[in-house]
Design a binder for this molecule. Structure first.
Ligand code: B12
Ligand code: SF4
Length: 442
């Protein structure tokens, strides 16, 4: 029988700390993966997307080809979904970061894995599927990145936030030992031509969205490119969010260019306030003693600061975690997020610790960056790390400290509407924390 040109793409959700599937009424941060893969299929394919966090899986679908993504520990759910669809006689393809990093393991549960970027072999995979000659693995290294216009209309009909994702580049020139990006891209940074990126942003605007999220991992990877891109973005009079190294604050010209183009919030992977910790994770090119000054420079430029920090690193102590809370509160960080350091298979950090006695849980399928901690550090047991993780979240998101960070500061006077919105976001996060759910899916 001739195969249909139809595909169902599923972005699985994750399990929370109570071992319940995370389900939400709305997913504010929507990824680009599925709308882009849908576009890569070409016009003659009919594609459906299911974002499990906000939708039910259509188990009785008559579509035969099922594509499943794997973002971090959503791989656990991804495998469950793959097993169910295999039982129903479907063809299951998996891809994404986690399936790429542990491809041999994951292959047991599906027909085929795409390792790394899908561009360059996606069409080959579809043709093989139609011919009944699907290969177990597809992997091709790409040196240039060019992508079609994402099929945004497949997600704008869902319950999402008021912004859409756009991607200018993939990868990062740095090589932090815990990082999945470094592991897959190995210091490479692939950027798309600026007119192609602007085509996508223009489309976002045409669809009625005034904001976009530049999902790049480090927009500071290529200074000239970022300057040129921001100069183009400025012409559209939109606002945008992204993430990069805090070193942006040391480049006043670039910082002004980023702020003038409409960037209103940046997320910085600060990781730790301890220089010793940063050295051990191969991130000593950042100096935490400068963090306070750099954060202030960014805020003064009119950009809100979100941060990502890890606890359970080797030098951490109860006191250093208390100091982390103080750092975040004193520096008026708008949206601080914390993760427990978790060895992701495939990373140098995982290789270093996988045989160590300090790794108290070796079942990689249970790993989650919001705990339970899987490794003792030099000064803290895994149990103490868990306790301090929740202490930290509760402290930073106490009502008093939310007000200290968001209301009793200069930003509130300069941007009252934005600050009111940030206040709402903080109480939304606080609600999750009170239910033992780290605010990592929003
Ligand atoms: C937007 C985003 C989110 C959003 C949206 C999630 C959603 N459900 O839609 C939010 C904020 C909610 C989120 C949450 C989480 N995220 Co997230 N997220 C991202 C981010 C910034 C962009 C994703 C994206 O759109 N990429 C653009 C697309 C085009 O790239 P891509 O996903 O790599 O896809 C390409 C290939 O990988 C491949 N591919 C991907 N999926 C599939 C599937 C199939 C079938 C095939 C064939 C191919 C394929 O084809 C694509 C084109 O080449 C990435 C960082 C990044 N650089 O990707 C992190 C990232 C993917 N997230 C990550 C993680 C860990 C999570 C969380 C587990 C929590 C956390 N932050 O720790 C949760 C789990 C979410 C869930 N599944 O429910 C990690 C994954 C690491 C890993 N080892 O897997 C990343 C890489 C961040 C990081 N630096 O560590 N995330
Ligand atoms: S700077 Fe960020 S994205 Fe780049 S390797 Fe380090 S953690 Fe990964």
């Amino acid at each position: 029988m001739e195969k249909q040109k139809r595909m169902l793409l599923i972005q699985p959700t994750i399990y929370d700390n109570n071992h319940l599937l995370v389900k939400k009424d709305r997913l504010f941060f929507i990824g680009l993966t599925m709308p882009l893969l849908a576009a890569e299929c070409g016009n003659d394919w009919e594609v459906e997307i299911c974002i499990e966090t906000i939708e039910e899986i259509p188990w009785d679908t008559d579509i035969d080809l099922i594509g499943i993504g794997s973002m971090g520990h959503s791989i656990i759910r991804g495998i469950e979904i793959a097993k169910e669809f295999k039982k129903r006689g479907k063809t299951v393809v998996m891809g994404g970061y986690m399936a790429s990093l542990v491809s041999d393991e994951v292959k047991q549960y599906c027909d085929c894995i795409m390792i790394g970027d899908a561009e360059g072999y996606w069409q080959e995979m579809l043709t093989d599927y139609l011919n009944g000659t699907l290969k177990p693995f597809y992997q091709k290294t790409i040196d240039k990145l060019s992508t079609p216009l994402p099929r945004y209309e497949l997600v704008t009909c869902k319950k999402i936030g008021d912004f859409l994702p756009v991607q200018a580049g993939r990868g990062c020139p740095n090589s932090c030992s815990f990082c999945s990006i470094a592991c897959l891209y190995k210091g490479k940074y692939l950027r798309r031509e600026i007119p192609e990126v602007m085509r996508d942003i223009q489309k976002v605007k045409e669809l009625g969205f005034k904001k976009f999220l530049l999902i790049d991992d480090n927009i500071l990877s290529d200074r000239k490119y970022t300057m040129d891109l921001c100069n183009e973005i400025k012409k559209l009079h939109m606002t945008w969010y992204s993430q990069c190294s805090i070193k942006l604050a040391e480049d006043p010209e670039l910082l002004k260019c980023v702020a003038d183009s409409g960037c209103i919030c940046l997320s910085f992977g600060l990781e730790s306030i301890s220089p010793g910790n940063l050295k051990k994770i191969n991130k000593s090119w950042e100096d935490p003693r400068e963090y306070g000054r750099l954060v202030k420079t960014i805020i003064d430029a009119g950009i809100d600061v979100a941060t990502e920090m890890m606890i359970g690193l080797e030098d951490d102590t109860v006191q250093s975690i208390r100091d982390t809370a103080k750092f975040v509160i004193d520096n008026k960080i708008t949206a601080p997020k914390f993760y427990i350091i978790t060895p992701v298979p495939g990373t140098p950090f995982f290789d270093d610790v996988k045989d160590s006695e300090e790794l108290v849980n070796k079942d990689i399928y249970t790993y989650s960056p919001s705990g339970p901690a899987v490794k003792n550090s030099l000064n803290l047991s895994a149990k103490e790390i868990d306790e301090m993780y929740w202490w930290l979240y509760n402290e930073v998101y106490s009502v008093k400290n939310i007000f200290k960070r968001i209301v009793f500061c200069r930003s509130f006077v300069r941007h009252p509407f934005r600050s009111m919105f940030n206040l709402g976001v903080n109480f939304f996060y606080r609600y999750h924390i009170k239910h033992n759910i780290a605010p990592i899916i929003v």
